[in-house]
Design a binder for this molecule. Sequence first.
Ligand code: TXA
Ligand code: MG
Length: 368
Amino acid sequence: MNTDIEKVDPGSPDPETIARAGKILREGGLVAFPTETVYGLGGDALNPESSKKIYAAKGRPSDNPLIVHIADRKDLARIAAEVPESAVRLMDEYWPGPVTMIFPKTEEVPMETTGGLPTVAVRFPSHPTARALIRAAGGYIAAPSANLSGRPSPTSAAHVAQDLSGRIEMIIDGGNAAIGLESTIVDFTEEIPVILRPGFINYEMLKDVLGEVKVDPGILSENEHVRPKAPGMRYRHYAPKAPLVVIEGEPEKVTDLIRKYLEKAAAEGKRAAVLCSDETADSYERAAEKIRSGGAEQNGKNLCVMVSPIGSLTEDESIARHLFGQLRLFDEQNIDIIYSEAFDTPRLGQAIMNRLLKAAGHTVIRAE
Ligand code: TXA
Ligand code: MG
C-alpha cells in the first residue's frame, strides 16, 4: 500500500485534504493524524472492520482497547451509556483537551473497538486538525498512538512514517506534538474516579475538580502481580533497543555515578548515551570529551558518548515533549546502553517517570 503523506497548517488544515482523509475513514481505511498529545492512528470507531485493521497495522494484541475520539460533546450520548456528574465537571474544565474518560459503553460501540470490554474510553482532543478530521469522518474516530506496538509513541509525522509507512492509507503531517505524552486516563465506572494513566492533566488538577480521585495501584507498583486496569499499561512499552537504566538520588551523586558508568562503558567499547536535563548536560559533556580523546588514541575504536539533554528541570513541559523522540534517536544511533537521570519534577514528573520507568523495564539504581 502506498502511504500518502500530506502536510497541513495544524491550526487551519486545508479543507480538501481533510475531506479526502475523512472519505478514507468513512470507507473503512486508516489515517494517522496529529493531536496535542501524540499522533493517533485513526479508523472509524463504529466500524468493527476498521478496528481490526488498526490492530493489524500496529501489530497490537486485539484485547487492548482503543480510545474513541469525538469533536462535539453532544456526540458522547451515542457511545457512553452512563456519564456521572463528576465527569461532566471534568469535561467543563478540560474538554477539549488531553484527558480521556472511561464509561460503560452503548450497543453502538463494537466489541472490536473496546477489545471485548463493556466500557469505552472517550477523548475530545483540542487539536484543530484532529477535530476537523473527526467531523469529516462522521464523528467517531478510534485512535491508538500511531506507533508499532512496543515502540515509543510518535510525536511527529516522521516518527509515524518510520513505523507505519506502507501499512496505512494516509498520514496528516501537522508538525510536532505540543505535549508529547499520551492523555491522562480517568475511569468513571467505579464509585470513586481512578487514574489509569498519568498525563499532562495531573493528579492535583484532577483532585481540584473531582474532590476525590484514586490512582490505579497497578501503575505505581513494581510487583508484576498487581496488574494495571488499562490493558495497554500492562505491556512493556516505549522500549528502546538498548537497555536503559534510571539513576536516582541526590543530583551531585547522580551525575558522579553516571560519569563513572560512561567511563566504564567506554572502556568496554560500548556506545553509551546519557539522557539528562539541560542543567547537568555540561558536566557529562566534559566527561564525554575526555573519553573521546582518550579512547581514540587507546584502541582506535569509534567510541561514542551521546549526551542528550531534553529540557530544563524548571520547564518540565520540554522534557515531556522531547522524551519519546529522544528514545527513537537512541535506536537510530545504535546505542548499546542508556543511562538516564530521574525527572521527578513537581508538575509532570509522575507522567514522565511512568513512561521512563516502563522504557527501563523498571531498572533503577540509587546513587549513594
Ligand atoms: O493521547 C492519547 O490518548 C493518544 C492520542 C492518539 O489520542 N492515544 C493513545 O491511545 O494513547 P493508546 O491506544 O496508545 O492508549 C490507550 C490506553 C491503552 O493503555 C488502553 O489499554 C487504555 O487506554 N484503554 C482504552 N480503553 C479502555 C477501557 N475501556 N478500559 C480500560 N483501559 C482502556
Ligand atoms: Mg499507545
